[in-house]
Design a binder for this molecule. Structure first.
Ligand code: NAD
Length: 491
């Protein structure tokens, strides 16, 4: 099986990780993984099948039922989590290069963002899980009820390509902390850092079968087989809304516990009284970081008409200065889009933007950068809120800007999409900020900022952006089951 791309001389072999061992799939077939910045193949990946999922789930089930992991104390498990985090940091550069080569993202983002955050996911959950408090209900002097949390068993994790290791570890760490065993199906576009993570798991001494990876595709492949498997107790999924729907349907026959982090179409609202020196550069970062391929992106900018012309002019000036180029260069601010297919999808939205609105800058394929999936960052105005450009998730470097005249209108525009993941509001009027936070239907609202996170807070979306929450106790509760034990005393 192959995707298009010229085959390079030395290809990395990226196998599954099952029962503590790297191994090829039962079909022996592989698929190519392509560097989005060059169009060249840089690895051959084992193509996971339902049979490989069966073997991985069986290993995870054995490790759960017979192995030491669920029976260790929380403190012992958390010590292993800390070790995993430390080992990722020891190999930070190698991980960062692998992530940027697979995903096309600037090395600075991988080295300073994705990889340290992935290590921190383990360190954070090691600290947080150790403080998790179970509940006791004393009904009377002779009756007490204790609510304990037990691990679920085999947890299926399915992750996307935009923040590959960052989002996988965000699920792996809490699942392990609570004593579960795991089968991970990473995105087919970005298998590399998951593979390196499996090496780290071996180094950290995680017992065989506790953490398994099956590489491969989603619908009709390893991903779907995982969602249908009767021994898998839960699916934690991050990806597109339409995939969430398919997974829900597939998982319904075996009644799995589900957590979905789905698409977004974040509103960024700038009122005339905002600190524009802060709001404008942040709006540019919010729209173009990771080539605009972030679920939390501020991908719709609404600006109060009094400052609209001024804001648009400054945004365009900043966007034109973004350095697009080789993801492995430290100078690069925007890299390549994940795949040819995805770039073409983004280009189809650019065509809508050009025909229905006004293109102020960018929006071109950068042929001078070779065969990579490079687009210049673009800014559009004069589009209508009903346009597909403002309704659908483009997931690329294209920012539409619309003016508004009143607070009510701004909130209406923000809510005028099926998504509800995140929104930013910029103003100095505390009452207005409070009203906007209450009325915007999104899981996360940023006031005079973007992307601020405390890992203890609930992370997730409303409407078509998700189901359930991740972060702090929300993750620990998803990856465990409550059991009430009631005591009667003779006093
Ligand atoms: P995707 O849904 O195409 O794929 C995600 C994963 O699901 C991949 O591993 C894929 O192989 C697998 N998959 C696909 N179809 C499947 C099926 N039928 N059964 C089982 N598995 C299946 O998403 P993507 O293109 O990799 O990622 C981009 C999307 O992810 C965007 O919509 C983005 O907004 C979303 N995202 C959301 C968050 C969040 O926290 N809400 C974070 C990052 C990305």
């Amino acid at each position: 099986m192959s995707r298009s791309g010229a085959v390079a001389n030395s290809l990395k072999s990226i196998e599954h990780f099952i029962d503590g061992k790297f191994q090829g799939g039962s079909s022996k077939e592989t698929f190519e993984t392509i560097n989005p910045a060059t169009g060249k193949v840089h690895g051959l990946v084992s193509l996971g099948t339902a049979d490989d999922i069966d073997r991985a789930v069986a290993a995870a089930r054995r490790a759960f039922e017979k192995g030491p992991w669920p029976r260790l104390s929380m403190r012992e498990r958390c010590d292993v989590l800390r070790k995993i985090g430390a080992l990722i940091l020891e190999r930070r550069e190698e991980f960062a290069i692998a992530e940027s080569t697979d995903a096309g993202k600037p090395i600075n983002e991988s080295f300073d963002g994705d990889i340290p955050r992935s290590a921190f996911n383990f360190q954070f959950f090691a600290d947080f899980a150790a403080t998790y408090v179970e509940e006791t209900f004393t009904s009377s002097a002779s009756e007490r009820h204790i609510a304990v949390r037990e691990p679920l068993g085999v947890c299926g994790l399915i992750t996307p390509w935009n923040l590959p290791l960052y989002l996988a570890t965000w699920k792996i760490a809490p699942a392990l902390a609570m004593g579960n065993t795991i089968v991970l199906k990473p995105a087919e576009w970005t298998p590399y850092t998951a593979y390196l993570l499996a090496e780290v798991m071996q180094q950290a001494g995680l017992p065989p079968g506790v953490f398994n990876i099956v590489q491969g595709f989603g619908a009709g492949g390893a991903g779907e087989a995982l969602t249908r498997h009767s021994d898998v107790r839960s699916i934690s999924f991050t990806g597109e809304t339409s995939t969430g729907r398919a997974i829900m349907q597939a998982a319904s026959a075996t009644l799995k516990k589900l957590s979905f982090e789905l698409g977004g179409k974040g509103a960024n609202i700038i009122f005339a009284d905002a600190d524009l020196d802060d709001a404008i550069p942040t709006a540019v970062r919010a729209a173009f970081r990771n080539q605009g391929q972030i679920c939390l992106a501020g991908s719709r900018l609404f600006v109060e008409r009094k400052v609209y012309d001024q804001v648009v002019e400054k945004i365009v000036a900043l966007v034109q200065r973004i350095k697009v180029g080789d993801p492995l260069s430290k100078e690069t601010e925007m890299g390549a889009l994940i795949s040819r297919e995805h770039m073409e999808k983004v280009q189809s939205y650019l065509a809508i933007g050009k025909s229905e609105g006004k293109l102020l800058c960018g929006g071109e394929r950068l042929n001078e950068l070779g065969d990579g999936n490079f687009l210049s960052p673009s800014v559009f105005t004069d589009l209508k809120i009903q346009s597909r450009f403002l309704q659908e998730e483009i997931f690329g470097p294209a920012l539409p800007i619309l003016p508004f005249d009143s607070e009510e209108e701004a909130i209406e525009l923000a809510n005028a999409t099926p998504y509800g993941l995140s929104a930013s509001v910029w103003s100095k009027d505390i009452d207005r900020l409070e009203r906007a936070s209450a009325k915007i239907r999104a899981g996360m609202i940023w006031i005079n900022t973007w992307f601020a996170r405390d890992l203890r807070t609930p992370f997730g979306g409303q409407k078509s952006s998700g189901m359930g929450r991740e972060g702090g106790r929300y993750s620990l509760e998803f990856f465990s089951e409550a059991k009430t034990i009631s005591y009667k005393y003779k006093i």
